[in-house]
Design a binder for this molecule. Structure first.
Ligand SMILES: NC(=O)c1ccc[n+]([C@@H]2O[C@H](COP(=O)([O-])OP(=O)(O)OC[C@H]3O[C@@H](n4cnc5c(N)ncnc54)[C@H](O)[C@@H]3O)[C@@H](O)[C@H]2O)c1
Length: 482
């Protein structure tokens, strides 16, 4: 079967530990046999980030801004223990944080729903998509431990030099902790627009909650910006699409989400999104069944799995043990990126492949074959627990069936095109085009339509023999018309 061609490369960001192992296996088994994969590769593995003083992370984000679509493997965010383990020059920042700050995007996370893995919350029937504001708050904080008595103040020096100071707290001799956080009006506006657009694209209601009754300036600013943008830019379009925007306090949202049947986008401030996406994904079954995409307001997309590098499995892998790590979210990161690339490049074949890759993954689980995280929670009676490698191979079998189905359809389409040709010259050109998809049956059908007999033999020989006949027929046809 000819491989699917790509026009524009994907930005490929490789990662760490167990997910790096899965990454290579997914490429080898599920992508490269079907797609002539074009990627611009960046190795975001911790060792290489350290060697490049983290420049590789910045370069990969720049490439994403250039090409528009990236796919990222999970990466280690170093802590003190990792600095020692990898003998790092310094405790590099979270690559996700760096990329999010450069793309200024919103992260949308949605569970992958399959039959047999029922949500723990019985009334949840549809996916709940978490939209996480990926900028600021505690993730870009400035914090301090105060060791003794004293006064902490908030100071803002305006561009014209005017200073505004506000008391935070007067500490007693036991001291304490102070934290300064910020967000930018422009970033909140971009977040709001990303959410409203995503709601319109996916035709789902948008819910947003913050703590504006307590945080009368900070959280209230979020509420006001969302309301203003909704009223001025989206209200009519939401009404036309039959969807709604709903704001209430974050605690009220949590209570309502638990009682809902799902099917909405839940816009969350940065920390709420971090915490709630893990709660939602676990409640839907497994962290490994959650897709994640960072969407920037300028229309740049970065796809990844929502989970981490599955460190414990990696250490078992290093000991030579076979692990049963779930690759589904990483597979869906690839399918999401390939589909978006296909959409932007007008490449229907690539989009179809992405759909088939997802269908094959879901069908494999629904047939009872799955990794351990799922077999422990499935409602199926006799699930078969596979290692990651076996599970990926099982997906490959399903994918081959689906892709061959596509190829068969392509053969039928081409045969019809051949039969519809008015002249032999046209038939010859269509036949030449069919060279890569020819099999014995197709050659026999074509021979029958031309009323010729083609000897048995290898496909190349039979192809040349039909081509010779078409050339002769064309000469005869041309002479006849003279
Ligand atoms: N997007 C990212 O790049 C990202 C996100 C979170 C954590 N991390 C990094 O990952 C490393 C490990 O962090 P962690 O242990 O907190 O998070 P983790 O997501 O790797 O694991 C959390 C728990 O979920 C289970 N789990 C996660 N994915 C699984 C899968 N595919 N199959 C089966 N079980 C799975 C793990 O066994 C573990 O019990 C850390 O170094 C952290 O910095 C990276």
């Amino acid at each position: 079967m000819p491989k699917i061609q790509m026009k524009t490369p994907l930005v490929e960001m490789d990662g760490d530990e167990m997910t790096r192992i899965l990454w290579a296996e997914i490429k080898k088994q599920l992508l490269e046999p079907f797609v002539d994969l074009k990627t611009e590769y960046y190795d975001l593995g911790l060792k290489h980030r350290d060697e490049t003083n983290d420049q590789v992370t910045v370069d990969s984000a720049k490439a994403t801004l250039k090409y528009g679509v990236a796919v990222k493997c999970a990466t280690i965010t170093p802590n003190a223990q990792r600095v020692e383990e990898y003998n790092l020059k310094e405790m590099w920042k979270s690559p996700n944080g760096t990329i999010r700050a450069m793309l200024n995007g919103t992260v949308f996370r949605a569970p992958i729903i399959v039959k047999g893995i029922e949500p723990y919350v019985k009334n949840w029937k549809k996916p709940i998509t978490i939209a996480r504001h990926a900028y600021g708050d505690i993730y870009l904080n400035s914090e301090m431990r105060v060791e003794g008595a004293g006064k902490a103040e908030l100071t803002f020096t305006a561009a014209d030099g005017t200073v505004t100071t506000q008391l935070i707290h007067e500490f007693d001799e036991k001291g304490g902790i102070v934290q300064g956080v910020h967000n930018c009006t422009g970033s909140i506006e971009d977040f709001a627009r990303c959410c409203f657009n995503y709601a319109l694209d996916s035709k789902q209601d948008l819910w947003f909650g913050a703590k504006d009754t307590i945080s009368k300036k900070y959280d209230h600013h979020f509420k006001d910006i969302f309301n203003e943008i909704y009223e001025n830019e989206y209200k009519t379009r939401f009404e036309e699409a039959g969807i709604e925007y709903f704001y209430t306090l974050i605690d009220d949202i949590v209570a309502r989400i638990m009682r809902s049947e799902g099917g909405m986008i839940w816009a969350c401030k940065n920390y709420d999104g971090d915490v709630m996406s893990d709660m939602v994904s676990s409640a839907f079954g497994s962290l490994a069944m959650m897709t994640s995409v960072l969407v920037s307001p300028s229309g740049v997309y970065e796809y990844e799995a929502a989970h981490g590098t599955v460190q414990r499995h990696y250490y078992n892998h290093l000991k030579g043990e076979k692990t049963s790590t779930n690759p589904v979210a990483t597979i869906f990161a690839w399918s999401g990126a390939l589909r978006k690339r296909g959409e932007l490049d007008g490449n229907a074949e690539l989009m179809q492949f992405a759909d088939n890759l997802e269908k094959a993954s879901v069908a494999t689980i629904e047939s009872g074959k799955m990794t351990k995280d799922l077999s422990l929670i499935t409602s199926m009676s006799n699930p078969v627990t596979l290692t990651s490698e076996e599970f990926i191979k099982a997906i490959r079998e399903e994918l081959e069936k689906l892709q061959c189905g596509e190829a068969k359809d392509e053969k039928l389409i081409k045969l019809e095109e051949f039969l519809d040709c008015k002249t032999v010259a046209e038939k010859r050109e269509v036949f030449k085009d069919m060279k890569d998809i020819l099999d014995d049956k197709l050659i026999n059908d074509i021979a029958a339509s031309l009323d010729i007999v083609v000897d048995e033999g290898d496909i190349e020989k039979r192809y040349r023999s039909v081509l010779n006949c078409l050339n002769t027929m064309e000469k005869y046809e041309t002479n006849r018309f003279r």
